[in-house]
Design a protein around this ligand. Structure first.
Ligand code: ATP
Ligand code: MG
Length: 227
């Protein structure tokens, strides 16, 4: 009989991951988790528990000390502050710039830009200067960039941290929608417990270890009682 583990396909799988900074400070300590393909999972934990470090390891921006990471080869990363990743003057140019290394024709590039903006409901904004976007719209452009590059896995590090309540819920609901429509897999870091209502599951990280995981509403209750 196959175990439940072996019949579920994971898009992100991390086993016994260890990471320490050059100073010797251990950040991830036998960290183990997996996110099923097509699901939207959240990662919670106190400041300094290792969430951003884990995302950077998953994206290949840092090298682990030991342990195993399995993740699709099309990974999109969305940072807390979109100003750190939008580099071109307009929305369309920014997304197209992210496709430069793919050697696409002009019309293929144009099609990818249009499709990705439509996926995040920003079709009307292709010529809009980046400076004239709200924080939530900038985050959508960053997400569109990942969609245009055909990312199958999205890693989002506190994408709503700078947004007000309305834009926050708007973004989390639309990322969930996108994950389901396009059969993507997403790992979303947050401190905002109301976002757990949109998740398929959640992990709780403490001192670099996953100490609890599963039903997001159960974890929300636990964290609400703690606060
Ligand atoms: N570039 C770095 N060099 C050295 N230490 C770092 C570096 N970046 C983070 N750290 C340390 O690693 C630990 C984990 O940091 P990390 O940013 O992963 O936490 P986090 O869970 O994302 O916290 P937050 O909720 O505040 O974003 C912290 O103790 C932090 O000070
Ligand atoms: Mg962080």
């Amino acid at each position: 009989m196959p175990t439940e583990q072996s019949v579920t396909t994971s898009a992100i799988s991390v086993r016994d991951l260890n990471f320490a900074w050059a100073s010797g400070e251990t950040v991830l300590d036998r960290c183990t988790l997996s996110v099923p393909k097509g699901e939207f999972w959240m990662l919670l934990g106190t400041n300094g528990s290792g969430k951003s470090t884990l995302l950077r390891l998953l994206a290949g921006l840092l090298k682990p000390k030991s342990g195993n990471i399995e993740i699709g080869d099309r990974v999109g990363f969305v940072f807390q502050n979109p100003d750190h990743q939008l580099v071109m003057p307009t929305v369309g140019a920014d997304i197209a710039f992210g496709l430069v290394s793919e050697n696409l024709s002009y019309s293929e590039t144009r099609q990818r830009v249009e499709e990705s903006l439509s996926a995040v409901n920003l079709s009307q904004m292709i010529r809009r200067p980046i400076y004239a976007l709200s924080g939530g719209q900038k985050q959508r452009v960053a997400i569109a960039g990942a969609i245009a590059r055909h990312a199958s896995v999205l890693l989002l590090d506190e994408p709503t941290a700078l947004l007000d309540g309305e834009n926050q819920i708007d973004l989390v609901a639309s990322v969930r929608d996108l994950v389901k429509k396009k059969n993507l897999t997403a790992l979303w870091v947050t401190h905002r417990l109301n976002e757990l209502d949109y998740a398929d599951g959640a992990f709780l990280l403490e001192r670099g270890q996953v100490i609890d995981k599963g039903d997001p509403i159960r974890l929300k209750q636990i964290l609400l009682e703690r606060s």
